[in-house]
Design a protein around this ligand. Structure first.
Ligand SMILES: [Zn+2]
Ligand SMILES: [Zn+2]
Length: 152
């Protein structure tokens, strides 16, 4: 019990201190500073429990593994850096977007993700413009393919 509590609070603290949504692997890297020998399976198990207990919520970006952030902060949005792939909170909102929906439709919620480069990665160097060909789509070998509907 004692050990479990310590693991769980290390996992929760890792996310609280990051102040941005973390992948399970990022949670593991941070929590291992506090609980050496922590394994990824334990991280996954505790993330699930913390979500069930309403401590954490999952952040699901299209085509990405779920990240986890603290529950209960206000409506906000996210920014993903295309260079380092980290996700950050955006504490701004364009507000009421109901004007974008077709006439007669009712907007109940929105989800917005900005993409670009974070402060650490900086703007792209102007001397070396990226060509479309040099932008290799990154695939994560650890991610099993999503069950896509093909041509139905
Ligand atoms: Zn970055
Ligand atoms: Zn918003």
């Amino acid at each position: 019990m004692e050990r479990n509590t310590r693991q769980r609070s290390a996992i929760r603290d890792a996310i609280a201190q990051a102040e941005r949504p973390l992948l399970p692997q990022e949670v593991l890297d941070a929590a291992q500073q506090v609980v050496p020998g922590l394994g990824i399976a334990t991280v996954y198990r505790n993330l699930k429990v913390l979500v069930e207990e309403g401590e954490l919520q999952a952040v699901n970006l299209p085509g990405e593994n779920p990240r986890f952030e603290l529950m209960g902060h206000q409506h906000h949005h996210h920014f993903q850096c295309r260079q380092c792939e980290r996700v950050f909170d955006v504490h701004a909102c364009p507000g009421d977007l109901s004007g974008l929906a077709p006439q007669g439709f009712t907007v109940e919620d929105h989800d917005l993700t900005l993409y670009g480069r974070c402060k650490d990665c900086g703007p792209p160097a102007p001397q070396t413009p990226q060509t479309e060909a040099s932008k290799q789509p990154k695939t994560d070998p650890r991610t099993p393919g999503h069950p896509h509907r093909h041509g139905d």
